[in-house]
Design a protein around this ligand. Sequence first.
Ligand code: HEC
Length: 128
Amino acid sequence: MNVIGSLLFWVCAMVLLLEADGSFITNEEYARMLYQNPRGISCAKCHGEKGEGKVLSTYVDHGKSHSIQAPPIYNLSMERFKKALSRKGRLMPQYFLTEWEMAHLYYYLLTQNPDYNKNKTKGKKHDS
Ligand code: HEC
C-alpha cells in the first residue's frame, strides 16, 4: 500500500473507532431500539408500539367472550415499572435487565405517553 493509501486507511479507521463508542446514536434512539428488541423479545409485540397496551388474544368460554391483554405501561411510577420487570409475570417473561436498561425503557415510554406530549406542547407538566 502506498503512503496516501495507508493514510486514508488510518483516517477511516479512526472515524469508525470514534463512532463505535456509541456517541453517534442519541439516548432516544437507543431507548427506542431497546424497547423494540430487549433480549430478543420485543416489549412492543405485547404492549404496543408506544406502550399503550394491546389485546393479545380473545376467546369464548361458556358462551362468554374474554380477552387476554397486555396493560398500558407508559404511565406508571418508576417503582411499579421496575418491580414488574424484576419478576416473572403470569404471561410476561422475566428479562433480567440492568438498571440502565430499565431507566431507558421507562424514559422512552414516558415520552410516548400522549399526556406527556400534550403537556409538552402546552409548556406545562402533569396538571391537567
Ligand atoms: C409476552 C407478552 C409480553 C411481553 C413480551 C412483555 N410484556 Fe409486559 N406484561 C405483559 C402482561 C400480560 C402483563 C400483565 C401481567 C402478566 O400477566 O404478566 C405485563 C405487565 C407489565 C408491566 C406491569 C404493568 C402494571 O400495570 O403494573 C410492565 C411495567 C411491563 N409489563 C413492561 C414490559 C416491558 C418494558 C417489556 C419489554 C422489556 C415487556 N413488558 C414485555 C405481557 C408482556
